[in-house]
Design a protein around this ligand. Structure first.
Ligand SMILES: Nc1ncnc2c1ncn2[C@@H]1O[C@H](COP(=O)(O)OP(=O)(O)OP(=O)(O)O)[C@@H](O)[C@H]1O
Ligand SMILES: [Mg+2]
Length: 412
């Protein structure tokens, strides 16, 4: 069996991460990873093309070298404050004489659902089928062949500002590779850290990155809400730098090495040594002061998430709670604070173990790129289905070709 190469690139606000995998049928093994600091993005949006190209190049070079392959095209995760999710429904009469639903009925229902007037500068990047009902009854992912008079469908559409999408694609192209497809960050991360049961029973995915916090709500195996908040772990770092008068670099180190969300749990007498910004003079501070700054900012971030949660009409169906991922989820105590503020169970989502040719350690900051590969494999491997992975309006159209057309199709 011929082995193929599959490559995912997560263009994040703090880092660009590339992963090369070798594919055999529906299985894949990671063979190379490259991580490079990202300086050309703000809140998930490209603001400096040259710097973004450089970061993508560096991370891809590293991954290619490690995997000992040359890469010509990649899948890219898409985030940023312009990404928006919205739900739409569509319906159609079932036209066959015997009332059996055929592919054309399904296509018409989907076309009805996606016929919305978009703001001129936005385009649809995903059309995710939540489910169908026949004559208002039941909920099915596959209505083909069922008998009825009227078919309805619910979709979750993901939109992005066309220019923001184009800037990411341009940066990757100018780094020397083609873009096979783009996937919203939450969809990708969910593939890496959520279980099928969680998605079925109801769960929130929260990817806390450096610049943004990506939100998604899954139930009945599909995504029902998605949103991007322009806040993330970098705000915690900034608050530490300002509050403790240290450099951003030192603030980042303090946060990662000693930071915790609960000041009351650290020794009230304990001190930490820092170097004052500007003068470089050494100074001692109460350890609790560091933790207080962290606690306050994390509380603010989680209160913003709480607002989103409260706006979800099916809030009571978030039965399995919230899964925190992204690098920000590594902050000590954050999951516990999330339980208190969101009033639901919380856990930190580590990417599910993955076949790998090398000793590689993956943590929540790799969730998006690893999920991106899983997502791409699903699309390729199954080629159809209306659950997670369906991006095409046609249930059977989500093969590579359909996928590519769909990603870059201009919606008017
Ligand atoms: N051990 C740690 N403890 C606390 N915070 C951490 C830790 N490791 C990473 N972080 C924080 O996670 C954030 C980066 O997360 P991640 O790598 O997921 O972001 P990104 O994907 O580059 O950004 P975005 O998704 O917002 O575009 C930074 O704010 C960083 O400080
Ligand atoms: Mg990210």
């Amino acid at each position: 069996m011929k082995k193929r190469t599959l490559v995912g690139v997560d263009v994040g606000t703090t880092k660009v991460c590339s992963v090369v995998a070798r594919m055999e049928q529906e299985d894949f093994r990671v063979s190379g990873v490259g991580v490079s600091p990202s300086t050309g993005l703000k809140k998930g949006v490209v603001v400096n093309l040259t710097e973004t190209i450089e970061s993508v190049k560096r991370s891809l070079d590293q991954a290619e070298q490690e995997a000992q392959v040359g890469v010509d095209s990649v899948f890219v995760s898409l985030g940023g404050v312009h990404v928006q999710g919205l739900n739409r429904s569509g319906k159609t009469d079932i036209r066959s004489k015997n009332g059996e639903i055929d592919k054309e009925d399904i296509s018409r229902a989907l076309a009805d659902a996606r016929s919305i007037q978009l703001p001129g500068d936005y385009e649809i990047i995903h059309m995710l089928t939540q489910g169908f009902t026949v004559d208002g009854q039941g909920h099915t992912k596959d209505p083909l062949g069922l008998v009825g008079r009227r078919l309805s469908v619910n979709l979750h559409l993901v939109l992005n500002a066309a220019a923001a999408l184009q800037n990411v694609v341009n940066a990757v192209n100018k780094a020397g590779v083609g873009v096979k497809g783009v996937v919203m960050q939450q969809l990708a991360s969910a593939e890496a850290v959520l279980t099928d049961d969680e998605k079925e029973l109801g769960v929130i995915l929260l990817d806390i990155g450096g610049g943004t916090t990506d939100f998604a709500f899954y139930r009945l195996g599909s995504i029902w809400e998605s949103a991007v908040l322009p806040i993330g772990g970098d705000l915690v770092t900034k608050d530490i730098a300002i509050g403790l008068k240290v450099t951003l670099e030192e603030a980042e180190r303090l946060k990662k090495d000693q930071g915790t969300v609960f000041p009351e749990r650290v020794d009230s007498e304990a001190v930490i040594e820092i170097r004052e910004i500007g003068t470089g003079r050494p100074r001692s501070l109460l350890y609790q002061d560091l933790c207080r700054v962290i606690q306050a900012r994390c509380r603010e971030i989680l209160l913003e998430v709480r607002k989103l949660v409260d706006e979800v009409p099916m809030r009571r169906e978030m039965l399995t709670g919230v899964v925190l991922t992204g690098g920000g989820a590594l902050l000590d105590g954050l999951a516990e604070q999330a339980e208190e503020i969101l009033e639901m169970p919380a856990r930190v989502g580590y990417p599910a173990p993955m076949e790998s040719e090398k000793e590689l350690a993956f943590d929540p900051s790799h969730a998006t790129v690893l999920g991106l590969l899983r997502y791409a494999v699903q699309m390729h491997g199954t080629g159809s289905g209306n659950g997670v992975g369906t991006m095409s309006p046609e249930p059977a159209g989500a093969r590579w070709g359909g996928l590519m057309n769909w990603f870059f199709r201009k919606i008017t």
